[in-house]
Write a protein that binds this ligand. Structure first.
Ligand code: SAM
Length: 384
């Protein structure tokens, strides 16, 4: 299969910048020195014990097994969400990005090690001009569930239908506000909540379900919208998930006082709609889910990595768009697989690499500890 590795095209006006301004930001990003270029593994990755490598599964030293791989296919995004990416964020040079063929190969190797689910993320994955090829390529070489998370701003029935035919199983759409002024302020884009809601309707119509919606509530921004967002779950019969604001913003402006806890969000929703726990969450699930006690369709999910960490059941590994494998969202260390991929490594060597990285996974992210150090790279670069 031949893949064209052109840069994803971005619409400058979608992020409130003129195209020349946007290009200037991109150029600054490209020309900036990067600590993580090709082959920039700062330390030698220690090998996992021989019996772990021989087991052919990605197991860590705390007894957890990786079943879920999140692949960021681009670091570019057309939003600049206040809790994620500052307007002047620097992008990686395009030659540092994994090609579709490299992404597909990593997916195949991960599947051979027991991965059951792959989530395509970014940046904004729908900006990638070869997204359909990436999905169909992964589908051709694996039987994993393929999910994708998007900001929902660039969806059309035609694209969704092509992705579904290519092998996409389901979508998650992020929506942080249903009020036009708020939405613009939080996302720093000219996209409207109506645009995203139209995208949600299209996903449902296309059968890219079970559909999940994600929101991050930030104090002083959209912290009073829990109920309005919960109404989306009831209206569309989907799961609306509230993710606690995590210290993964490019501005490093996160502060605990800005975070709206899952408990607080639950109380706000329950003041209007009583909730009943489903008690059916998968052990590895990030969300604790609830149904509406009045029998309305839809669900509410709470993802509380800060107030109630779920590291003990973590089954996730992340591959960044520039070919680094991160054992944890909050890792301050990541390991470059680019050198192997572009240096003629065999599948066995790639598999051993993934096993070795998994073995380095720490027991937890330690956000609560005074020793916690925020990772240098934001969520947009890591892939949420
Ligand atoms: N562009 C896509 C989107 O908007 O969903 C995919 C990438 S985005 C980084 C993935 C998810 O990460 C989104 O649901 C977003 O709200 C969440 N996210 C980003 N920064 C976050 C932060 N600091 N804390 C919590 N969630 C965050």
């Amino acid at each position: 299969m031949q893949f064209d590795v052109r840069e994803p095209e971005l619409a400058g006006d979608a992020i409130g910048l003129s195209l020349p301004q946007f290009r200037a930001v991109e150029d600054a990003g490209r020309n900036a020195p990067t600590k993580r270029g090709l082959g920039a593994t700062p330390e030698k990755l220690p090998a996992a014990p021989a019996h772990i490598r021989a087991g052919g599964r990605m197991m860590d030293s705390h007894g957890r097994t990786i079943l879920d791989l999140r692949i960021s296919i681009t670091d570019r995004c057309n939003f600049r969400c206040v809790y994620c990416m500052e307007p002047d964020v620097q992008f990686q040079p395009r030659e540092n990005m994994l090609t579709p063929a490299e992404i597909i190969r990593m997916a195949r190797v991960a599947r051979s090690l027991g991965v059951r689910k792959i989530r395509l993320t970014g940046g904004e994955p729908t900006l990638h001009p070869q997204l359909t090829d990436i999905i169909s390529g992964i589908r051709a070489v694996t039987d994993v569930e393929i999910a994708m998370i998007s900001n929902g701003s660039l969806l059309t029935r035609q694209k969704l239908s092509a992705w579904k035919r290519a092998g996409l199983d389901r979508m998650t759409i992020s929506i942080d506000s249903v009020r036009i002024d708020r939405f613009a302020r939080v996302t720093r884009s000219t996209v409207t909540p109506e645009d995203v809601i139209a995208g949600i309707e299209m996903c449902v119509a296309e059968g890219l379900t079970p559909l999940k919606l994600n929101a991050v509530l930030v104090r002083g921004q959209n912290d009073d919208e829990a109920v309005e967002l919960a109404r989306l779950a009831r209206h569309f019969g989907v799961e609306m998930r509230f993710i606690e604001y995590m210290p993964l913003d490019s501005a490093h402006a996160w502060d605990r006082s800005l975070m709206v806890t899952a408990q607080e969000t639950r109380e706000a929703i329950e003041a209007v709609f009583a909730l009943t726990p489903t008690n059916m969450d998968d052990a590895h699930s990030t969300a604790r889910t609830f149904v509406f006690t009045d029998g309305a369709p839809g669900r509410i999910g709470f993802i509380a990595p800060v107030s109630n960490p779920f590291c003990g059941a973590c089954s996730r590994l992340r591959l960044t768009a520039d070919g680094n494998v991160r054992p944890c969202l909050f890792s301050t260390k990541e390991w470059s697989v680019m050198t192997l991929l572009r240096g003629g490594a065999s599948d066995k060597e790639l598999a051993n690499f993934l096993i070795d990285v998994t073995w380095t996974k720490l027991a937890g992210h330690n956000i609560a500890s005074p020793q916690f150090v925020q990772p240098e790279r934001p969520m947009s670069a890591v892939g949420g």
